[in-house]
Design a protein. Structure first.
Lengths: 126, 279
């Protein structure tokens, strides 16, 4: 499994794992029904504690992305794609709000913000 | 797996006081400076020395039974075979000592990690000797590994090679206790950590908690005076002001966006334990 962990990041490692696996599920890199690596196996690959991986898997399970069969491992559940899409949209909205608040607090003009948005948009969506 | 219940032991002018519970399926790291009491702890677990007070139980037996030793693999710093011996001699000794010594597995380790099995001990490099010690400890399918500074004196490449071997050995039925005064070795390996200093446990946390909750905050004198220090555990005076250790990283990340906050390494924690001023 191709997960890259940033040990220096302020984002907790379990969250980084959750996000990576979620996006792999959403873009079908991890198809429904496929098994995730074992907790100890992923811990070994990422060189992190098994407890951290366990926490990430527990979180994904709570959110309904995966299920765990005791003794067999965790596998990807059938997810409601519309729901997942809406959830991501919500997250993006929050991030945009943060960026706009920073712009407003520092008195950036609406025009400049709109221009920046266009620029970043073109950069990322090509 | 292992319980030390209010264990006290005095050795000449040094005494230790341990209360700990080491769980099955965990890699537990013992961190401490030289002379902190790491080896004494390992010896107490192995029943090489006996507690003056309290009790040590291993595999549910108190103290460790001789029969259980077949399920333990250990590496101690200054104890090994005479250097005039050859690896072949040692294989014979281990076959006689451990009924479940897996010679094929031992050969496989040696071949995979460039240790020449035909060699005499005196011809091996320090790195090869250290690896050999570990391979011997791993070759009888032990449920418990007790490793006292297994990476001592090795370069970074050999150290990481050994850590990878240990990661591969680990599963949910096995338990590893490993000490090191090179804290970074333990950072990417352990699940649970005990910090000891002067014979006492100064901190016990999971690696997950350390990564999520602990942080180093660097502030000027002025900023320090304005900061809420209720969640600061310990501080150190620096030329620029103070470095502070907290176990509430999210709180400071959320409320102090303009100060420098770094993830705390095990080395940082150890230094704060030894040198920091507790608040």
């Amino acid at each position: 499994m191709n997960i890259i962990i940033n040990n220096k990041s302020m984002q907790p490692i379990y969250e980084q794992i959750v996000e990576s696996i979620k996006s792999m599920i959403l873009n079908k890199q991890l198809p429904e029904g496929s098994f995730l690596p074992s907790v100890r196996g992923l811990a070994k690959d990422l060189k992190i504690s098994a407890l951290t991986v366990k926490k990430a898997y527990d979180f994904l399970e709570e959110e309904g992305y995966i299920a765990t069969i005791h003794g067999k491992g965790s596998y990807v559940l059938t997810i409601n794609r519309n729901l997942a899409y809406e959830e991501v949209k919500k997250e993006v909205e929050i991030l945009m709000e943060q960026a706009l608040t920073k712009a407003r607090v520092n008195q950036l003009s609406k025009e400049d913000v709109a221009m920046l948005f266009q620029l970043v948009m073109e950069d990322t969506y090509d | 797996m292992i319980k030390l219940h209010h264990v006290k032991k005095t050795l000449d002018d040094f005494s230790v006081n341990y209360d700990m519970h080491i769980q099955t399926g965990y890699i537990t790291g013992i961190v401490g400076a030289n002379g902190a009491g790491k080896t004494t702890l390992m010896k107490l677990i192995m029943n090489f020395i006996y507690p003056d007070e309290g009790s040590v139980s291993v595999f549910g037996h108190q103290p460790l039974q001789t029969a259980d030793k077949a399920n333990i693999g250990c590496v101690f710093q200054n104890s090994f075979y005479d250097l005039s011996m050859s690896i072949k001699h040692i294989i014979e000794i281990h076959k006689a000592m451990y009924t479940n010594f897996d010679e094929a597995q031992f050969h496989a380790y040696c071949t995979a990690h460039d240790v020449n099995i035909e060699s005499g001990l005196s011809l091996l490099s320090n790195g090869a000797l250290a690896k050999l010690k570990i391979f011997l400890a791993l070759s009888h399918h032990a449920k418990l590994l007790i490793l006292d500074e297994p990476t001592l004196g090795l370069d970074v490449v050999s150290r990481n090679e050994i850590l990878d071997i240990l990661r591969n050995y680990m599963d949910d039925t096995r338990t590893i206790i490993i000490s090191s005064h090179i804290a970074s070795d333990l950072e990417n390996l352990c699940d649970d950590l005990y910090f000891i200093n002067q014979g006492t446990i100064r901190m016990h946390e999971t690696m997950d908690t350390i990564q999520n909750q602990y942080a180093l905050i660097k502030v000027s004198d002025v900023a320090y005076k304005r900061m809420d220090t209720s969640c600061i555990q310990s501080i150190k005076k620096e030329s620029y002001g103070y470095s502070c250790l907290t176990n509430q990283k999210p709180f400071y990340l959320e409320n102090y966006k303009d100060v420098i906050i770094e993830n705390a390494s095990i080395d940082d924690l150890l230094e704060f334990i030894i040198k920091g001023e507790p608040l």
